[in-house]
Design a protein around this ligand. Structure first.
Ligand SMILES: Cc1cc2nc3c(=O)[nH]c(=O)nc-3n(C[C@H](O)[C@H](O)[C@H](O)COP(=O)(O)OP(=O)(O)OC[C@H]3O[C@@H](n4cnc5c(N)ncnc54)[C@H](O)[C@@H]3O)c2cc1C
Length: 416
């Protein structure tokens, strides 16, 4: 296995640095210890300043906590673990693609870095190269106009909140921000502050968080959320794209498999993508190493169909509707953080928006999440986004059914 990255490790990466429970589970199963701080409950602060606590519940197939680990450290540890397991590292940008006689992508000539000029050809290419995936682009797997993009920017500051906070920010009253802000505790007394937006098709609107970060931080400062210093001292600002909700990308083409952001697996409701990147990468390896019907592409696609599509097919259309209606975002932010209602829904909300329904433990949060999912599936059943996801997962037999079941007692497909 050749492990190619344009950056030498350790390197920084724009992120909130929070690994969700499903990602923690994958790391545990792979025996990779990344350290970090445990993060459990999360506080949501609505546009009017009202707060709701989202409790972290352990599921049957994931723990009741996430981990805060700076990406500079986390990604270097993952990279080192892959090399230790036998992969051979190459530092260089996948540049000029190589194709076989049938037009299938077989590798790249690398540019820049230690491996400049090296040509790598392989039996299969896994595109784990992020939202703007070169692999996806040259393999013809991406339709940019249909992609649900996100852009987010983060900075570090010295103030550490005790619980992670999500903020439904409203720079103009009753005009909901097309995304949200966060303030997460980190390691070594450093907090991660950031803001992100969703953008449909036209990526130019993605510049907004970079313009808004200072104003957002000042607003939090004025509301007493950033401690007592007169001005928030932010360092190491870094922004990046997210590709969300499984629309606009076909995740495989023959022996080319896209994983993580390259496949557009980011949760469009809350921007989480590390768990999906880890889970899909493991599934891609399994699809390549196992034998049986469907070939690697078919096996991988079926895994995505079962694991991520039921959630994305409901939440992507919902996100698209919210982006088109800022007033709806404002109303939803107020309702979800209203006293009484917010508390009543918080358990199911914590499960559903973190895509933790499958494998969740029985109880009120699970029941609320099931109702939310069923209502969402019903409301979005005829939307173009749902059809687009089905199309991108279509197999040779025309079977694009991923259903609306997402039943809580269904176990993830065993990978071993
Ligand atoms: C500001 C921000 C905050 C976020 N916060 C969170 C969070 O708190 N929790 C969470 O779960 N998710 C978060 N996300 C999403 C998360 O960062 C991604 O979902 C996750 O990093 C996806 O992992 P990946 O391996 O698919 O892609 P990436 O992490 O983007 O890795 C892609 C790799 O490919 C390399 N690469 C790219 N192009 C080439 C090329 N041509 N040749 C060679 N190498 C190449 C890059 O150097 C990089 O190392 C956030 C995203 C942003 C932008």
């Amino acid at each position: 296995v050749a492990l190619v990255d344009k950056a030498p490790f350790p390197r920084d990466k724009a992120c909130g640095d929070l690994i969700g429970p499903r990602g923690v589970q994958v790391l545990d199963e792979l025996g990779i210890d990344v350290g970090g701080e445990r993060v459990g409950d999360m506080e949501v602060i609505g546009p009017t300043g009202r707060r709701v606590l989202l409790r972290a519940f352990p599921g049957l197939t994931y723990p009741g906590f996430g981990l805060a680990v700076p990406r500079r450290r986390f990604d270097a540890l993952l990279h080192a673990a892959a090399l230790e397991a036998g992969a051979v590292g190459f530092t260089g940008r996948a540049d000029e693609p190589c194709f076989d006689a049938r037009g299938q992508l077989t590798g790249f000539r690398l540019a820049g870095g230690d491996a400049h000029g090296v040509q790598l050809r392989a039996g299969a290419v896994v595109g784990a190269d992020g939202a703007l995936s070169r692999v996806g682009q040259v393999a013809g797997l991406v339709d940019e106009r249909r992609v649900l993009w996100g852009f987010a920017i983060r900075a570090y500051l010295d103030n550490v909140p005790t619980v992670p906070q999500i903020l439904f920010w409203e720079p103009t009253a009753w005009e909901g921000y097309p995304g949200y802000g966060w303030l997460f505790p980190g390691t070594d007394g450093v907090a991660n502050l950031g803001i992100g937006v969703g953008v449909q098709g036209d990526r130019r609107a993605g510049t907004r968080p970079a313009r808004d970060l200072d104003r957002f931080a000042s607003d939090l400062q004025q509301r007493g959320l950033l401690g007592s210093a007169p001005r928030p001292e932010m360092s190491r600002r870094l922004g990046g794209w997210l590709k969300m909700g499984m629309v606009g990308t076909r995740p495989e083409g023959g022996r080319t498999l896209l994983v993580g952001d390259a496949a557009g697996l980011v949760n469009s409701l809350q921007g989480e993508g590390i768990s999906q990147a880890l889970g899909s990468a493991r599934a891609a390896a399994w699809a390549l190493l196992s034998t049986g019907p469907g070939g690697p592409g078919g096996r991988y696609r079926n895994h995505l169909k079962r694991t991520y599509a039921p959630y994305a097919s409901t939440t992507t259309p919902l996100t698209a509707a919210m982006l088109a209606h800022p007033r709806l975002v404002a109303v939803a932010g107020r309702l979800l953080t209203a006293p009484g209602l917010g508390r009543l829904l918080s358990g199911g909300w914590a499960v559903y928006w973190n895509d933790l329904l499958e494998g969740s433990a029985p109880g009120w949060p699970q029941r609320t999440a099931v109702v939310a999912h069923r209502l969402g599936a019903l409301a979005t059943s005829r939307t173009p986004a749902r059809r687009a996801i089905a199309l991108s997962l279509l197999d040779g037999s025309g079977d694009a059914e991923f259903g609306q079941s997402l039943l809580p007692d269904r176990r993830p497909t065993p990978l071993h």
